[in-house]
Design a protein around this ligand. Structure first.
Ligand code: HEC
Length: 173
């Protein structure tokens, strides 16, 4: 995430303004007074613009995880049969769903039965409350067997998605 920083720090410190200037093809703009070798590492002036974007992106990325959990997105994940697949086992207050599972507790009222952290733990590590559970961990990436190549090393749901699902379930009171 920091990859945009630390590159040519000297130049940045000397003239932070050059960071926000658009590239002017060889226009010898803000940094013309610098003794820096513009042609050395990549195209001199032009380098500052992508770096501006990188810095902006890095700041954005830092801001994104702070985004609040989105219950509506969470509901979509729960009913999505290609994603959460929760309704393979669970039923719940989803009138638009024609078939739902009967293997697991109905999700209606789960927000009254469990706290938000408890719900989150059920999703991330169901075996913590029941070592014999058939419910998969939606966060785990290790200890799994026969995972298809492209899916290896990836959890079923991202942290953000688990937050969204938990936020949604917490509303089911
Ligand atoms: C393969 C079946 C299966 C799938 C798929 C599954 N679960 Fe479960 N889940 C269970 C079972 C069985 C339980 C009952 C407790 C246990 O076995 O740990 C459970 C328990 C829970 C609980 C605790 C319920 C309570 O009232 O105590 C929550 C919350 C939950 N599941 C949410 C989900 C969500 C959300 C998904 C999809 C992202 C999901 N589950 C997918 C089988 C499943």
């Amino acid at each position: 995430m920091r990859s945009g920083e630390g590159r040519a720090p000297g130049r940045r410190a000397a003239d932070p303004l050059s960071l926000s200037l658009p590239p002017v093809g060889g226009g010898n703009g803000a940094s013309s007074d610098l003794p820096s070798p513009p042609r050395g590492e990549g195209p001199g002036e032009r380098g500052s613009h992508p770096r501006t974007i990188l810095v902006a992106l890095a700041l954005l990325l830092l801001a994104v995880p702070a985004a609040a959990a989105d219950a509506e997105r969470g509901r979509a994940i729960v009913v999505d049969r290609t994603k959460g697949l929760c309704l393979l086992c669970h039923s719940g207050p989803f009138p638009e769903q024609r078939a739902m599972g009967t293997l697991a507790p109905d999700l209606a009222g789960v927000g009254a039965r469990l706290t938000l952290p408890e719900i989150r733990q059920r999703l991330a590590d169901p075996a913590a409350t029941n070592p014999d559970t058939v419910m998969p961990s939606y966060a785990r990436t290790d200890g799994l067997v026969r995972v298809a190549g492209p899916l290896r090393g990836r959890p079923i749901l991202t942290d953000q998605e688990i937050d969204d699902v938990a936020a949604f379930l917490a509303t089911l009171k």
